[in-house]
Design a protein around this ligand. Structure first.
Ligand code: SF4
Length: 321
């Protein structure tokens, strides 16, 4: 078995070189997929990595909206998603059409869209945000009312940090809502010294029990601090592999063994090899949607670089590819 896995890994690495490809893996991917990747990170880090690479082919080990974001940021590269069924249920809880209808009901609101969304949703939004920069993005806006899509729980968390009036789309991550307050309370009794770190996609009652509320990238940085020896981890359990690998000797306890995203686990080494052999399935965003979605992503990336105040519907001219 071990020999077969080693052979599989060897084939992938050799084909990757021949294709001039780079393998990017999300923090929630299977251990063996993370181990073969050139870069492991959260969705934005991976997209930025994609934009930076000289490789002609990107094998994106994550879910569909992430591969779309990579394609939006680098439309000239081939972006492969080794299993086309790896979607995100939360991203699919909103459609561009339903968002257009809601915008008509709230004409004064600026639409802020979590990066965990389809390209079509991003294209209908004024600006994107990640779980790491959401508060900063919203505070930068010249708007009193915000329509936040699609995650109501991240939206709720941000609303506790800003005075702006926020309207939420009723979406949620089915994986993060499996983490209950009772899990945290029980684990805190067993591990009294442990820091409780949770993702802002968790329910408010779980967030209320946390020492830190962080994106997955933030969790990895936090775990490396000297004062952190034991950590209760309130997010998808795939991240435990990376946390242990980067912090030998420290203890990481999943808040719930049930916090597994089945879509993230669809990508396997066999599928990566097949994808590189066949150069499929390719994720490509239609040009018109790509340009609008990129404008929303670029505006987010510009926060901190420029003092741009965004007004609802005020798309600056975008001269894309
Ligand atoms: S963990 Fe949640 S938000 Fe992330 S891909 Fe899975 S369902 Fe979507």
């Amino acid at each position: 078995m071990e020999n077969r896995d080693a052979e599989l890994r060897e084939k992938i690495l050799s084909l990757k070189r021949r294709r001039n490809a780079v393998i990017l893996a999300h923090n929630y991917q299977l251990d063996e997929v993370q181990d073969i990747a050139d870069f492991v990170g959260d969705s934005l880090e991976l997209s930025q990595q994609a934009a930076r690479t000289d490789a002609e082919v990107i094998v994106f080990c994550g879910v569909h909206f992430m591969a779309e974001t990579a394609s939006i940021l680098c439309p000239d590269k081939v972006v492969l998603l080794p299993d086309v069924h790896a979607g995100c249920p939360m991203a699919n809880m909103i459609t561009a059409e339903r968002l257009r209808e809601r915008k008509k009901e709230l004409p004064g609101a600026t639409v802020v869209c979590y990066i965990n969304s389809t390209a079509e949703t991003k294209a209908e939004s004024d600006i994107c945000c990640t779980s790491a920069n959401a508060v900063k993005v919203i505070e930068s806006l010249d708007a009193k009312e915000i329509l936040f899509v699609p995650d109501q729980y991240l939206g709720h968390y941000i609303s506790t940090k800003t005075d702006k009036k926020m309207f939420f789309w009723p979406g949620f991550c089915p994986t993060h809502i499996r983490i209950g307050a009772e899990h945290i309370i029980e684990l805190k009794q067993e591990h009294s010294q442990a820091k409780v770190v949770v993702h802002p996609e968790c329910r408010p009652e779980v967030i209320a029990l946390a020492d830190e509320v962080l994106s997955t990238g933030g969790m990895c940085r936090y775990a490396s601090r000297n004062e952190v020896e034991e950590m209760i981890v309130g997010t998808e359990i795939g991240i435990i592999h990376r946390l242990k690998k980067e912090n030998p000797g420290k203890k990481f306890i999943p808040a719930s063994e049930q916090a597994i995203c089945p879509n993230m686990k669809l990508i396997t080494l066999n599928k990566i090899l097949w994808s590189l052999e066949e150069m499929t399935p390719e994720v490509k965003v239609p040009k018109e949607i790509c340009l609008k979605a990129k404008a929303a992503v670029d505006r987010m990336l510009g926060i901190g670089r420029a003092d741009e105040r965004i007004k609802p519907g005020s798309y600056p001219d975008y001269h894309g590819h």
